[in-house]
Design a binder for this molecule. Structure first.
Ligand code: 76R
Length: 247
């Protein structure tokens, strides 16, 4: 058996994607709409308060295109809290006007491919901070799930640790070329959801997503082993923009 990569886990993640039921929304009375919008702004304020206490984090973005209208990315200490968030949302007045589009359950993950030997990663403050990140409020988000291939010729999980390290180093070097332009959160979902990882990228310039993902396609680890699910890309949604969207 190949040596398994060691992983460090931080906050649990829920990517909750919703579509607005415009038919129901347009048919609702002004009072119903006000109540729904107030509930939504109240929930967002609650989630922001959790983030201010550094007990979790929220990224709230629109989704461009027809796959969904909104993406709520929540980070929390436990899966139970993520469940509570979903239920509160579904129970609220805004829940009536939202259809489920997609969801993804994972946990923020760092692997040891690039780790310095002999260093306890949990003693490195930068690493600990990356496991429980306050999500950026960049202009844009890009989210997609992915796998590493397990086919007879190309099976990531049967490669030696050394080979995987070499490839991940090359992957990491490409990523570093985007430092300051793209922030990435990798979350592991083996045992939790239908793909092996969630990839969430944040950038002020959306074009950098295309540049980064495209450049990685030529790198062996993505070119040979990457398998990708649906891509979701969107724009930052602040309280004001939310009110504008629904009014
Ligand atoms: O954690 C680190 O920064 C160390 C280096 C590193 C690891 C271990 C790293 C760096 N990544 C790691 C792991 Mn990554 N990453 C992706 C995608 O679209 C594609 O082709 C792939 C999707 C992107 C865009 C991306 C970006 N990375 C992983 C893993 C887990 C692998 C495993 O355990 O087998 C996946 C699935 C994955 C996928 N990666 C970086 C980036 C960027 C921008 C960096 C540089 C980060 C930095 O140095 O700040």
């Amino acid at each position: 058996m190949s040596e398994a990569a060691q992983t460090l886990e931080g906050w649990y993640a829920l990517h909750d994607l919703r579509s607005i039921d415009w038919e129901a929304w347009n048919a609702a009375s002004a009072a119903e709409k006000d109540a729904a919008l107030n509930d939504l702004l109240g929930l967002v304020a609650d989630w922001q308060a959790v983030e201010d206490r550094k007990e979790g984090s929220l990224a709230l973005y629109t989704v461009v295109g027809q796959k969904a209208d909104l993406i709520f990315m929540h980070l929390r200490e436990t899966l139970q809290e993520l469940n509570d968030i979903e239920n509160a949302f579904n129970r609220s007045a805004i829940g009536r006007f939202m259809k489920k589009a997609y969801s993804y359950v994972s946990v923020v993950e760092l692997s040891n491919y690039m780790a310095a030997p002999g260093v306890d990663p949990m003693q490195v403050p930068e690493i600990v901070a990356r496991l429980k990140p306050i999500l950026p409020k960049s202009n844009h988000i890009c989210f997609y799930p992915m796998n590493k291939k397990r086919e007879l010729q190309d099976n990531w999980y049967m490669l030696s640790m050394e080979d995987r390290k070499t490839m991940m180093r090359s992957h990491g070097m490409i990523g570093r070329g985007y430092a300051g332009k793209v922030k990435q959160v990798i979350s592991g979902s083996v045992g939790f959801d239908d793909w092996e990882w969630g990839v969430t990228l944040f950038a002020d310039d959306a074009l950098q997503f295309k540049k980064l993902v495209y450049e990685m396609r030529f790198d062996e680890v993505s070119a040979r082993f990457g398998e990708f699910g649906a891509f979701y890309v969107g724009n930052l949604l602040t309280g004001d923009a939310l009110t504008k969207l629904l009014k």
